[in-house]
Design a protein around this ligand. Structure first.
Ligand code: 5GP
Length: 114
């Protein structure tokens, strides 16, 4: 179970963000430190899952909904192509333990990962 995080506060509306896409269970908003021309975070509104492996096991339909929202963002803010990245664990760079997908799009100049 994820603890209260900055993304939990964003999901609840306590911390306002520019919402780029939203469903009943998912929101998308710009990353505060973009690593690509389009760098958007897609998160579930629930704080129940810390990472993508927990989410995939616990609610695969919610994971599929996040992918669909990523596609929507890429179509609205780039040419529809996108990279989807999940950091899964502290040692590979995960810093916020509320599952989130990085949507990277636009003219990517290099293949470095977030
Ligand atoms: P992680 O390294 O956990 O996969 O990614 C966390 C991401 O969240 C980072 O890319 C970081 O820039 C972004 N981030 C951290 N705090 C905030 C915030 O308060 N607002 C937004 N929009 N992004 C944040």
């Amino acid at each position: 179970m994820a603890q209260d995080t900055i993304f939990g506060k964003i999901a609840s509306g306590e911390i306002p963000v520019e919402i780029l896409a939203e469903t009943d269970r998912v929101i998308a908003f710009p990353d505060i430190a973009p690593q690509a021309p389009v760098h958007v975070l897609v998160i579930p509104k629930t704080s129940a899952y810390e990472n993508v492996t927990e989410l995939a096991a616990g609610d695969p339909e919610l994971l599929a909904e996040m992918v669909a929202v990523a596609k929507q963002v890429a179509e609205e803010h780039a040419n529809g192509d996108f990279r989807l990245l999940f950091n899964n664990g502290r040692s590979v760079g995960q810093t916020v333990f509320h599952v989130h997908a990085h949507v990277l799009a636009g003219a990517l100049e290099e293949r470095s990962l977030v």
